[in-house]
Design a binder for this molecule. Structure first.
Ligand SMILES: [Zn+2]
Length: 367
């Protein structure tokens, strides 16, 4: 027929069955199969077996080193509803094969757990935290997504209120550049918001929010992150035989995980857009380590994807941690500070797709 390495029907069917015919996109989970109305002998399938690595050389995530058999194999597919199958291909630069494989295994685990415990599938349980600028963190869930338009139903506020959200929308053009962002926990994604959001109301009194988003920031190679003065365990600059010690490459990037989060946002007079809310989150959530680690991960994601400079048109405007592709996990085992530092354990993927995990101390201002 042509040179596409398409899945054969039996592979597609098994792929769909392994996720109970539900879309594997996080928090979507729509049912993709049902009766064909008007024909009581047929069913209709609205799902798609999407390729993780494309079926042909022009396609997204194509891997020339794979054999035709590997491309057609069930391991190379992920079951999705049509809009998400289109979405992951339209924006393929940000949906890496690793991300898709992770989603596939999550969807299969979900299907297995539903099967094992005979639970009713509930998308309500898959809510996600959403941050809008610095003043609002709200629980919500995905209603729809295209590459530049996201829609959520909003449920309960962790920080701020519906009034703050309305103010944020009406003051959008007066809001500082670095505060025009949305951050979504389920995707580990943060984007610049490109225009004032639309708030919708449904009969149940719930709000939906439609957000126009910019393209995702493309990470850089941490080996090219230049030199920095080395900072010792005591927080002071290291001096070695009278010379200032420096760090470079990945070591500088690791050190930057600490320095970028350890200034309190707005306090550094030379650049008030620098810093983080880590100390504030510590004060509010030190007795809830799970929430604290989720919020600190939020800050890491923001700092890796949202440029902080006021001057967004400048080519130098980069996110402070723009050399990280993805923060996979932030773990905190104890809220006890060690020399004013909160010890976190971070697992991440650098901009060059190499993985790293290790200890990242964060300076906490308790005042
Ligand atoms: Zn979907």
């Amino acid at each position: 027929m042509n040179n596409r390495d398409n899945f054969i029907p039996s592979v597609k069917k098994t792929m769909a069955e392994r996720v109970a015919w539900r879309c594997s996109f996080p928090d979507c989970g729509v049912i993709t199969i049902g009766p064909k109305m008007g024909d009581d002998s047929k069913s209709i399938n609205l799902g798609e077996a999407a390729h993780i690595h494309a079926a042909s050389p022009e396609g997204p995530r194509y891997d020339a080193l794979m054999s035709s058999e590997q491309r057609k194999a069930i391991q190379n597919g992920i079951w999705m509803c049509r809009s998400h199958a289109t979405f992951i291909d339209a924006d393929f630069t940000e949906f890496s094969p690793e991300t898709l494989r992770l989603w596939k295994s999550q969807a299969e685990e979900q299907a297995y757990s539903n099967l094992k415990y005979q639970e009713r599938y509930s998308i309500e349980d898959n809510s996600t935290l959403i941050a809008l600028g610095f003043g609002i963190i709200v629980n919500g869930h995905w209603e729809s997504a295209s590459h530049n338009k996201w829609q959520f139903r909003l449920d309960s506020y962790l920080k701020g209120s519906i009034k703050d959200l309305k103010d944020y929308i009406s003051n959008f053009y007066y809001t500082k550049n670095d505060e025009r962002f949305i951050l979504v926990e389920s995707q580990g994604d943060a984007r610049k918001i490109t225009m004032p959001m639309t708030l919708l109301f449904n009969e149940a009194g719930k709000n939906s929010l439609v957000v126009d988003v910019d393209r995702k920031y493309q990470p850089t190679d941490p080996n090219k992150s230049g030199f920095d003065l080395a900072i010792g365990d005591d927080g002071d600059i290291c001096i070695d035989n009278g010379d200032l010690k420096t760090v470079s490459g990945v070591d500088a990037a690791i050190q930057h995980l600490t320095t970028a989060t350890s200034t309190i946002y707005g306090e550094w007079f030379l650049d008030p857009t620098m810093g983080s809310f880590v100390s504030e989150y510590y004060r509010d959530y030190k007795d809830d380590l799970e929430m604290l680690s989720r919020l600190i991960k939020f800050e890491f994601i923001r700092l890796s994807l949202i440029p902080t400079s006021e001057d967004n048109d400048s080519p130098d405007s980069r996110p402070p941690l723009g050399f990280v592709n993805r923060f996979e996990r932030v773990t905190i085992n104890s809220s006890e500070l060690v020399d004013h530092r909160l010890i976190t354990h971070v697992e991440l993927e650098w901009g060059n797709y190499e993985k790293w995990s290790g200890k990242v101390p964060l300076w906490i201002d308790e005042t």
